[in-house]
Design a binder for this molecule. Structure first.
Ligand code: SF4
Length: 723
């Protein structure tokens, strides 16, 4: 009998969505018209497991609503209509140029995304600063993990989401998971917590809702939204008063303990119970579980971070780790579970308002000189820091007249979204590059159809700081171009013929040089190494001797590149801070923090708290996942989750259409009654536009350090919706 036909080859790559960056194989089938996901068990982060979002991601490649030709808004009709690439690109160059000639360089803004590859984020930052010479660039990652990043920098001198690999989690003793519903946001990561418990470890979950993740916990603390900071202070108070401080660690490896301890001692447990609603015995149980374990971790996500005091809140949890000696030691530490696919790399290479590539500060003269040297420009020509994401969006139509936007959908994802939508409409000129006509692209003057994840090659950096290679698995449809090609063409039209290559590996080679010697040093990482090594953890300086940094015994600054032996491969740095922290003196910093209320507390007019979040079958603004039938069937629209006691008080039944009203607007969605939420709080997922848009309601009050808006708590009233 004839030998069975060999299976068509598949390409190892990574999911386009969240920061776990699960590995998968992609295989073209049906003559190349269909792309299949094939299990990829060799990638250690997910070992073959995928959530529904990742499994169905190829559906967006062939979606009938996908953009395959540029669109230009025609004055005669006021509508977006098909155009050639040449016309669309010239219109963008003219639109941006006209604004800058009339109002100066900073009248053009650039807005990027945490889903862009490292190469695109790097090229976009360079385009803004070199071609447009504008300071006004930021990205939607500001809305993701910026508070954790700021707290990391303050305490440890370096920000990498997780300073240890995920594989360490099952081997620690106790995990406190604060404001993360990873069972829904990144389901394959749940196995790390399951294995922790199988190994005899304990899990404490802090969340106002009894989520699917909280159901796995040994102890669930359900604080009032906006009080996580007080909760952490209360736990630290108990640590001190019960003599559970690790005095020798505090003495040898930290600074600033006296002030932080004094701040914590002002938050005695009974006061913390009154602020948070968490009973004192539960606070004491949490301290006992955390301190009795041989090692421990605190992991935060958007819950504590998306607050107007997010940096201080994360700082309070880091203080708890430092006081108990659970940082900078094997199997212990504080980490942030970054959300977006390249939220980590996206903030390291220059699309953030205050950063240059390599996670360098834009205000640092040495950093400016180094990066300007790589770019071949005068350091003095580089603009200074610009506005943060919300402030930039809020300035649209004011002193920012035109905007170039890539990989973001702020009409759905920004706080006070109706106001931001109105700001976008008021622009003189808006250009958007996207794969579908998102709600933001629909407002544009020019829309460029760009390639998707599986149609192009590039690197991302996952939540562990592991730099990964997304490989091209299929050809894009005719009519679309890559974001790198878009930037190359626009740069040329604006007078920069060179400096914007379209080959991602060439861009990465330049990124490596630009990052060399910086905190996020990628200079020793190559596409070849990533492919051979399941990814490479930064920092990874080029030419550094492998022997000087064993992966389990390395720090951010262990191997100065200047001392490296050319040709030797640095192994990368899976674990940070084990010998010293990345501060000048090597000590971690306690940050004295005190509780303060949310920017908006309930009152007679708006008596209920609103918190927002995600569901398992949708991703962020839903621009891609709302185009997948299977995901829409699982999560067809928004809802308002409320407790039976609140429902009874309001006379609301399951499925009733509710109007949720805040000082910023009104959103309408059906009631979903559940006792898994506090009775003083309602929850809405934020993935949808239109009348159910949760971000119509959210408060843009900003954290003073990170400029993170307060997505996680605001005051609302609930009414029955008028049909
Ligand atoms: Fe993995 Fe996240 Fe993709 Fe789901 S969305 S498959 S958890 S990377």
């Amino acid at each position: 009998s004839p030998a069975p036909a060999a299976a068509p080859p598949s390409t190892p790559t990574h999911c386009p969505y969240c920061a776990l960056q699960c590995g998968m194989n992609l295989r073209a089938a049906a003559g190349g018209d269909v792309v299949e996901v094939v299990e990829r068990t060799d990638f250690p982060v997910n070992r073959g497991a995928l959530c529904g979002k990742g499994r169905t991601a190829p559906a967006v490649l062939s979606s009938r609503v996908r953009l395959t030709e540029p669109l230009v808004r025609r004055p005669a009709t006021g509508r977006l209509e098909p155009a050639t690439w040449e016309e669309a690109l010239v219109k963008i160059a003219e639109g941006l140029g006209r604004t800058q000639r009339g109002y100066g360089p900073d009248a053009v803004g650039v807005f990027g995304g945490g889903g862009l590859t490292n190469e695109k984020a790097y090229a976009l930052g360079k385009f803004a600063r070199v071609v447009l010479a504008t300071s006004q660039i930021d990205y939607n990652g500001r809305f993701c993990m910026s508070s954790a990043a700021a707290a990391h920098q303050k305490a440890f001198g370096l920000d990498r989401g997780l300073p240890f690999p995920l594989e360490d989690i099952p081997r620690t003793g106790c995990v406190i998971l604060v404001g993360s519903n990873l069972a829904e946001t990144m389901p394959p990561a749940l196995r790390y917590l399951t294995e922790l418990k199988e190994n005899g470890g304990t899990l404490i979950v802090v969340d106002p809702r009894r989520t699917r993740t909280a159901e796995q916990a040994d102890l669930h603390l359900a604080p009032r939204p906006g009080t996580d900071l007080a909760l952490a202070l209360g736990l630290l108070h108990i640590v001190v008063s019960e003599g559970r401080t690790d005095e020798s660690f505090v003495q040898d490896r930290t600074a600033g303990w006296d002030e932080a301890r004094a701040a914590a001692m002002a938050h005695w447990p009974e006061l913390v119970e009154r602020i948070t609603g968490v009973p004192v015995p539960q606070l004491r149980d949490a301290v006992r579980m955390f301190c009795d374990a041989p090692a421990g971790m605190v992991l935060t996500a958007r819950g504590p971070e998306q607050q107007s005091k997010g940096t201080d809140t994360v700082g309070a949890w880091i203080n708890l780790c430092l006081a108990t000696g659970r940082a900078g030691r094997p199997l212990s530490g504080y980490g942030c579970l970054t959300g977006q696919g390249n939220g980590q790399g996206g903030r390291e290479h220059g699309q953030k308002a205050d950063q240059l590539p390599g996670y360098r500060k834009l205000t640092d003269p040495a950093a400016r000189e180094h990066v300007a040297g790589v770019w071949g420009v005068d350091p003095d020509s580089l603009p200074g820091p610009g506005r943060s994401a919300y402030e930039l969006l809020d300035a649209l139509g004011g002193d920012i007249k035109s905007l170039l936007l890539m990989g973001s959908n702020p009409v759905v994802s920004a706080p006070r979204a109706a106001h931001i939508e109105e700001r976008l409409r008021s622009l003189d000129f808006l250009a958007v590059a996207d794969v579908v006509l998102s709600e933001t692209a629909a407002l544009a003057d020019v829309v460029l159809p760009v390639t998707q994840w599986a149609e192009e090659t590039g690197t991302t950096t996952n939540l562990e700081g592991r730099v990964l290679l997304r490989r091209k698995a299929v050809d894009p449809p005719p009519g679309v171009r890559t974001d790198l090609e878009v930037l190359h063409s626009l740069a040329a039209l604006l007078g920069h013929e060179k400096g914007f290559p379209v080959d991602p590996e060439e861009v990465f080679a330049e990124l490596r040089r630009a990052s060399a010697g910086g905190p996020a040093d990628y200079s020793g990482i190559s596409y070849r190494r990533i492919a051979e090594e399941d990814g490479v953890f930064w920092p990874c300086p080029e030419g550094a001797p492998a022997s000087s940094t064993a992966p389990t015994d390395s720090t951010a600054h262990a191997v100065p590149a200047a001392h490296a032996a050319p040709g030797d491969d640095h192994p990368g740095t899976p674990r940070l801070f084990l010998d010293r922290f990345a501060t000048e003196d090597g000590r971690a910093r306690f940050v004295p923090v005190t509780h303060r209320p949310a920017a908006e507390e309930p009152d007679a007019e708006y008596p209920v708290l609103l918190t927002t979040g995600r569901v398992v079958a949708q991703y962020q603004s839903g621009a891609q996942t709302r185009r997948v039938d299977e995901l829409n069937a699982a999560a067809p629209g928004p809802f308002v989750e409320l407790h039976p006691r609140l429902a009874q008080r309001l006379g609301v039944s399951e499925g009733d259409r509710l109007s949720v009203v805040s000082r910023r607007g009104r959103a309408v969605a059906p009631a979903r009654i559940t006792d898994s939420i506090r009775s003083d709080t309602v929850f809405m997922p934020f993935h949808w536009p239109g009348e159910g848009r949760a971000n119509t309601l959210t408060n843009p009050a900003l954290d003073p350090t990170s400029r993170m808006p307060e997505f996680k708590v605001c005051a609302v009233r609930i009414e029955r919706a008028q049909d």
